[in-house]
Design a protein around this ligand. Structure first.
Ligand SMILES: *Cc1c(COP(=O)(O)O)cnc(C)c1O
Length: 225
């Protein structure tokens, strides 16, 4: 068995355990395998091991890997999880099934136009800046509910839920709990939260999707070349 297949099995076991510990139904948490910076061969290995749902940060990078895999894997699903520039909205709608990083009115507008132009409908999560951190993308907490309503009603986007990346420092659980509470208030079923280091805590707080990269594909090399 390849290292990627082995890592996947381990993570799926940990997800199943965390789901059971939280008294949640088996299968209620989906794994988004985050393949950013890793080559298409790594994605192919994960596919061969049965993983069908992937996450990528950058539209351009995703466009070099995923379209070629789709014909042989019709059940493959791609989520864009990184900050999205408005001038990439059209490319994102073209290649992704879901965009998890909808976080501002200008982007909602650009995605609405892209959907209309391409004649496609996609699914979206609204990314909330749960720590209200200055440098981080995501809609501020206080604006999140209004933004969800506007994205749906004014822009016609199929918003399925919420996504967050809690502050790197400190306990992420209160942030996960806050996001779950907002999702419940807004009647949004999908909660994408938790990464390699904290996905079990996120599952305890109600995550329906966990985004795991390093623990499956290994460390990322951002070096030149
Ligand atoms: C890279 C990334 C992940 C995966 O992080 P790991 O710590 O490698 O599991 C999850 N979510 C987002 C938004 C990311 O950019």
């Amino acid at each position: 068995m390849s290292a990627i297949a082995e890592n996947l099995r381990l993570i799926l076991d940990r997800i199943a355990d965390a789901t059971a510990r939280a008294n949640r139904p088996a299968g209620s948490v989906q794994l988004v395998a985050v393949s950013k910076t890793h080559p298409v061969e790594a994605v192919a290995e994960a596919l061969a091991a049965g993983q069908l749902l992937f996450g990528e940060n950058r539209v351009q990078e995703a466009a070099t890997k995923f379209p070629e895999l789709r014909p042989a894997h019709p059940a493959l699903r791609l989520h864009i999880i990184g900050g999205l520039q408005t001038n990439k909205a059209e490319d994102a709608v073209k290649i992704a099934d879901m965009i998890e990083s909808l976080d501002r009115p200008k982007l909602a507008q650009a995605l609405e136009r892209a959907e209309q132009k391409l004649g496609l409908k996609r699914e979206y999560l609204v990314q909330v800046n749960v720590g209200d951190e200055e440098q981080k993308s995501g809609i501020p907490r206080a604006e999140a509910a209004d933004f969800v309503r506007a994205a749906r009603e004014e822009h016609g986007l199929a918003v399925r839920g919420l996504m967050c990346i809690p502050p790197a420092e400190g306990d992420p659980r209160p942030h996960f709990a806050w996001l779950a509470d907002l999702g419940a208030k807004l009647g949004l079923a999908t909660l994408s939260m938790g990464m390699s280091g904290d996905f079990e805590a996120a599952i305890a707080e109600g995550a329906t999707h966990v985004r795991v990269g390093t623990a499956i594909f290994g460390h990322r090399d951002y070096g030149v070349g």
